[in-house]
Write a protein that binds this ligand. Sequence first.
Ligand SMILES: [Fe+2]
Length: 202
Amino acid sequence: MTRLLFPTRLFETALSDTALLEDLEEACWMIEDGDEAGHRWCEEKGYPGYTSYASLDDLPRRAPAFAELEGQLLKQAGRAAEELGWDIDAKDITLDALWINILGEGGHHPGHIHPGSVLSGTLYIAVPEGAGDIRFEDPRLARMMAAPPLLDTVEEDQKRFVYVAPKPGELLMWESWLRHEVMPGRSEEPRISISFNFGHRA
Ligand SMILES: [Fe+2]
């Protein structure tokens, strides 16, 4: 018998409320349009598109669609915490950050983790044909000193990198230590997503 130890969870949920998704898309463009500080930051940092990450920390107060989304995300985070077996009170999970990402052609986001958070994730709003996948990395990779290469035919749970091609309305959530990367897109149409970090109020 083979036992599986320390599996990594990726929580996938499809948000079926199309009216909410449409309202969020509209709100993303409205906020993008008015966020001069954000555009300046993107320009200075060479961000390949627009993000509100560094400029706005109050999206739920700026548009009702974001307030509605906050409630839905908190519910999903509570479910994830339960599945992870966390011995905490769901009401101590806090939405610490919520931000918009709009990536254009060639737009990507290099590999990173979200330090200081417990759960992170992204809701996909617009994913045109050719938009970049999100790639997750085996968290044990740095310890694999002499691990041989893998056959192409291995199952997903054995792979060292897993690519997910997101669909509009798809919500992905993972533990914040899981390293991930947005692969370069080949679409001229914008790829719109909303990302978030949850913390734990101890
Ligand atoms: Fe990220």
